[in-house]
Design a protein around this ligand. Sequence first.
Ligand SMILES: *[C@@H]1O[C@H](CO)[C@@H](O)[C@H](O)[C@H]1NC(C)=O
Ligand SMILES: *[C@@H]1O[C@H](CO)[C@@H](O)[C@H](O)[C@H]1NC(C)=O
Ligand SMILES: *[C@@H]1O[C@H](CO)[C@@H](O)[C@H](O)[C@H]1NC(C)=O
Ligand SMILES: *[C@@H]1O[C@H](CO)[C@@H](O)[C@H](O)[C@H]1NC(C)=O
Ligand SMILES: *[C@@H]1O[C@H](CO)[C@@H](O)[C@H](O)[C@H]1NC(C)=O
Ligand SMILES: *[C@@H]1O[C@H](CO)[C@@H](O)[C@H](O)[C@H]1NC(C)=O
Ligand SMILES: *[C@@H]1O[C@H](CO)[C@@H](O)[C@H](O)[C@H]1NC(C)=O
Ligand SMILES: *[C@@H]1O[C@H](CO)[C@@H](O)[C@H](O)[C@H]1NC(C)=O
Ligand SMILES: *[C@@H]1O[C@H](CO)[C@@H](O)[C@H](O)[C@H]1NC(C)=O
Ligand SMILES: *[C@@H]1O[C@H](CO)[C@@H](O)[C@H](O)[C@H]1NC(C)=O
Ligand SMILES: *[C@@H]1O[C@H](CO)[C@@H](O)[C@H](O)[C@H]1NC(C)=O
Length: 390
Amino acid sequence: MSFLLIFFILPYLCTSSYPYGLIRNASIKIPLDMNDDRGHILKSQDCNQCLCNAFSNPKVALFTCTQNESINVTCQFYYFMPIRDEIQYPNVYTNIYLIQTNETFEEKDDCCNTTTLINKINEALRTKENVTTGPLRTLADGDNNTIITVASHRDDSEKRILLKFDKSTFKPVDIPKISGLKAAGYYDEHYYLGTDGNIYVYNKNLSTLLHTITSIGAINAIRFIDKTQEMIVGTAGNGIYVCRKDEVKGYLINCTLIPRIYNDEQLHAVGVVNENAFYVGWDDTDPGIHLYTRNPRDNTWTTKDNDKITHGYETSDIIIDNCKRIWAVVAHGDKVIIYGQNKTVLGAFNVVDKSLFNLMIAENYTLIMSHGSNNGLTRIKPDLNCRPLR
Ligand SMILES: *[C@@H]1O[C@H](CO)[C@@H](O)[C@H](O)[C@H]1NC(C)=O
Ligand SMILES: *[C@@H]1O[C@H](CO)[C@@H](O)[C@H](O)[C@H]1NC(C)=O
Ligand SMILES: *[C@@H]1O[C@H](CO)[C@@H](O)[C@H](O)[C@H]1NC(C)=O
Ligand SMILES: *[C@@H]1O[C@H](CO)[C@@H](O)[C@H](O)[C@H]1NC(C)=O
Ligand SMILES: *[C@@H]1O[C@H](CO)[C@@H](O)[C@H](O)[C@H]1NC(C)=O
Ligand SMILES: *[C@@H]1O[C@H](CO)[C@@H](O)[C@H](O)[C@H]1NC(C)=O
Ligand SMILES: *[C@@H]1O[C@H](CO)[C@@H](O)[C@H](O)[C@H]1NC(C)=O
Ligand SMILES: *[C@@H]1O[C@H](CO)[C@@H](O)[C@H](O)[C@H]1NC(C)=O
Ligand SMILES: *[C@@H]1O[C@H](CO)[C@@H](O)[C@H](O)[C@H]1NC(C)=O
Ligand SMILES: *[C@@H]1O[C@H](CO)[C@@H](O)[C@H](O)[C@H]1NC(C)=O
Ligand SMILES: *[C@@H]1O[C@H](CO)[C@@H](O)[C@H](O)[C@H]1NC(C)=O
């Protein structure tokens, strides 16, 4: 009827630790009839000690850690995954720790549930953090837990400089002044900085210009495919390039133009799906959003008409999230539309600032946004329980 084994002896330190999931303010209520070897209880000083116990027992699928009046906590370990309906939420005294992170409550993830996600985003939009002023373009991860963006001044190239911020504190980080920029990216210890015609390759501390990729057009977007070490470059009127590593120099500078879909327009948005697919979008309402896929036989990229998402808006950014949804930022619209894998609209939200331009989905669906107007960089932190990454 109940859990029999009760341990009072605690390991002092974990000899091993692994990634785990955490669902806050939730407990589990299992219908009766549990047999004896399907769990155990541990009274402990804190939840971390229960984690040690869980990591040292391969049978544990998850446990709950409950803090009641006493200073100690009670951990209930389970050797199986309860089903979604067995999760009780909210329960402010208890957290659920998911140990076998390859087994999940599929339906109970707030983050892949687009309805919940958008509700939480809309709540969080009321308390936005901001940093810097002035128009910005580009949003990418930099080195050392930073984000980078570029000040966007159409008429003053001197002011179009690279800016860097600490991703955790959201505070500016000092860097050398590099101007004349339009877009930026960081990959494998190198910065790739796009101008009106070239891409500069800089070292990690931005002290040395290592190489210039010349004459590929005004650079609007720079994205990377980690697994295959490729850089996708979107330009204004000159199409899309895929740049591979130059084996001698070691940077991604061996660039090839891939077939165009839509001529002579500003290609602003590149959203990488995986090593064999990425979406692109333009500063134009006609073309929609197109998917390019790799032909593995000859490593060329092609696109098919039926891979298109009908999207009658200008697109300034595209992001693919962990739930395989496609987020499209509507340029000049302060709106984000979220599409599912079957190309239907799952939901949308509005950002009241002027000129939302780029979007970054950081850990736990923290959204970082750059604005083309004077709103600089903003950040919101929706209160969500996300399933751990695999
Ligand atoms: C708290 O737990 C410790 C062992 O971790 C135990 O010695 C102590 O008696 C417990 N205190 C209470 C109030 O349960
Ligand atoms: C805390 O303990 C009290 C008394 O044992 C009990 O009535 C209450 O339900 C407990 N609360 C939780 C959240 O377990
Ligand atoms: C958990 O409950 C506490 C206390 O009521 C609350 O402050 C917190 O926001 C809740 N967290 C989540 C993720 O629901
Ligand atoms: C999860 O991983 C464990 C060990 O790594 C394995 O035994 C188990 O079968 C896996 N479960 C699923 C659903 O893949
Ligand atoms: C998604 O969340 C909404 C409310 O937030 C809920 O009504 C709905 O059942 C959830 N969908 C799934 C598949 O869990
Ligand atoms: C943040 O936004 C507030 C309100 O719009 C504004 O007064 C403030 O100057 C902004 N801060 C920065 C650093 O841009
Ligand atoms: C990385 O960032 C931390 C925190 O901002 C800072 O203290 C440290 O000096 C940085 N390291 C490098 C190599 O830039
Ligand atoms: C930047 O890194 C180079 C080596 O890549 C080093 O020689 C130089 O001293 C560094 N400069 C600064 C300012 O840290
Ligand atoms: C550049 O890429 C082409 C294939 O796209 C390859 O044949 C060539 O060797 C590469 N050049 C360098 C220097 O890596
Ligand atoms: C597309 O997927 C969504 C959610 O996954 C589903 O609700 C919808 O019915 C699907 N639409 C079509 C046309 O398959
Ligand atoms: C993300 O959420 C997890 C679980 O709540 C938490 O441990 C982690 O610190 C969060 N990460 C950030 C960057 O807030």
